[in-house]
Design a binder for this molecule. Structure first.
Ligand SMILES: NC(=O)NCCC(=O)O
Ligand SMILES: [Zn+2]
Ligand SMILES: [Zn+2]
Length: 466
């Protein structure tokens, strides 16, 4: 079996920071020992990686991506091949993507279709959540089988009537089923019925620019839906994970519920932490680059999201990576903001943007690893195989240069999208060497990975207790 040792780095996990060497055999970490100790000095290996002056961190776990997702008459522009390669460049070694049940279709058909898209194409390991678009008696029964085979989380939408939307009755039934079979319910919490009324009224009043996307998707309609989702989860006796939280008042709803002891969890995304309605209001049609749902909020919300991440009222930062090119895709909504495909790219830049938050003193190094690696792995049943560095864990590791300066740009990123929402932003820190199950897939600016190296991950049920 191939032996690799990573020497001299500062090993950072959610639990501790230690100057340690890491020994890998085959695909797994087998031992850690203090750098310079006689134990570490005695290790022989086929490959030695020098991590002096660098961090050694677990590969990022991005629990919210949409490769090749159909939306608004087009498809997210990253395939599983291009999107997972870009993830690897950015130090993310696991994604959990969303398979989609179509209306009238079964969960099995949806899941099979997503397996077919991903299999043989991924550079890194991947799992699936299932989007429930049509909660029927038979699809509720199918949830049990999916949980048994490692698809242990289900996303429901209170938004997008006529597409993914479920009414409260359907949501309650799915939550009851999840409570019984261990499947974690993930919620897109926005009052889509009310939003559609406001969309119609805005368009009738000639308000067609991208910034109106943010105006009609009112903060109170995110907070109200979050409150309602929590109430339904309480009635069902089910835990709840609210995705892409962007509004301060939605964080407050989660915080209140958590103070009452309810098992409710929240995820936010880099776009809500670093971008705002100022971007949506950029001149001409530029704002289309920032159209996603939930929408970007006024800048003041950012402080509340950071606070939530520090206090633990928000647990995870995922990307909701769902890229659409400006040319030919975002442009579908010129003259009608409601036709702009919703979603932003981000799978490659998440680890670096969050490290920038460490540099700026917003979060600690360990919290960085907690929200980007360990907690998403626990939340979605992948821990300790993913999300940490310990004997028995997969050797998904990143040798991270905390002093590297880089400028985020579409000219240099690897995502298959023709713009960067962070164009020109300077960040400090970058993945130098990335290993996926013991194989070096990125090293010093060279891509060494291959489509098909990544394997499907059958996940356990939620391991996160709060
Ligand atoms: N978030 C977004 O705008 N697009 C992807 C679909 C979703 O997560 O709701
Ligand atoms: Zn969503
Ligand atoms: Zn999403």
């Amino acid at each position: 079996m191939t032996r690799t040792v990573i020497r001299g780095g500062l090993v950072i996990t959610a639990a501790e920071e230690v100057k340690a060497d890491v020994l890998i055999e085959g695909e797994q970490v087998v031992a850690l020992a203090a750098s310079g100790s006689t134990v570490a000095a005695g290790w022989t290996a086929d490959t030695e990686i020098d991590a002096t002056g660098h961090y050694v961190i677990p590969g990022g776990v991005d629990a919210h991506t949409h490769m090749e997702m159909p939306f608004g008459g087009t498809y997210a522009s990253d395939t599983f091949e291009t999107g997972t390669r870009a993830a690897a460049w950015g130090g993310t070694t696991t994604i959990v993507d969303f398979a989609i049940q179509s209306v009238g279709g079964s969960l099995r058909e949806g899941l099979d279709a997503w397996h077919a898209k991903a299999e043989g194409n991924c550079a890194i390991d991947y799992g699936f959540h299932m989007i429930l678009s049509d909660v029927r008696e038979d699809s509720l029964k199918e949830m049990d089988a999916l949980v048994a085979e490692g698809v242990t989380s289900f996303k429901l939408f209170m938004a997008y009537p006529g597409v993914f939307y479920s009414d409260d009755g359907r949501i309650l039934r799915a939550m009851q089923r999840g409570a019984a079979n261990g499947g974690l319910i993930m919620m897109h919490a926005e009052n889509g019925i009310a939003i559609d009324v406001l969309v119609e009224q805005a368009l009738a009043a000639g308000q067609t620019d991208p910034r109106y996307h943010g105006e009609v998707r009112r903060e109170v309609l995110e907070a109200e839906a979050t409150h309602r989702a929590i109430a339904l989860a309480r009635v069902a006796g089910a835990p709840l994970y609210v995705v892409h939280v962007s509004a301060a008042s939605a964080v407050a709803e989660l915080a209140t519920a958590r103070r009452q002891g309810l098992p409710v969890f929240g995820e936010t995304c880099p776009q809500y932490l670093f971008l705002s309605t100022d971007n949506l209001a950029e001149p001409g049609f530029e704002g289309a680059k920032y159209v996603c749902s939930t929408p970007l909020r006024p800048r003041e919300h950012q402080a509340e999201l950071w606070k939530g991440l520090r206090t633990g009222d928000l647990q995870v930062v995922s990307t909701d990576h769902c890229p659409f090119c400006f040319a030919g895709q975002k442009e579908l909504g010129r003259g009608d903001f409601s036709k702009i495909p919703n979603g932003l790219p981000g799978v490659e830049s998440r680890m670096d943007l969050l490290h920038q938050a460490v540099v700026e003193g917003r979060i600690s190094r360990r919290r960085w690893i907690d929200i980007a690696c360990a907690t998403p792995a626990r939340m979605f049943g992948l821990y300790p195989r993913k999300g940490t560095i310990a004997p028995g864990s997969d050797a998904d590791l990143v040798v991270y240069d905390p002093a590297a300066e880089q400028t985020l740009s579409a000219a240099t990123h690897h995502m298959n999208v023709d713009y960067s929402p962070y164009e020109g932003r300077q960040v400090t820190g970058r993945a130098r060497t990335v290993l996926s199950r013991g194989t070096v897939i990125v090293d010093g600016g060279r891509y060494l990975g291959r489509a098909g190296h990544g394997r499907h991950l059958a996940r356990a049920t939620c391991q996160y207790l709060g």
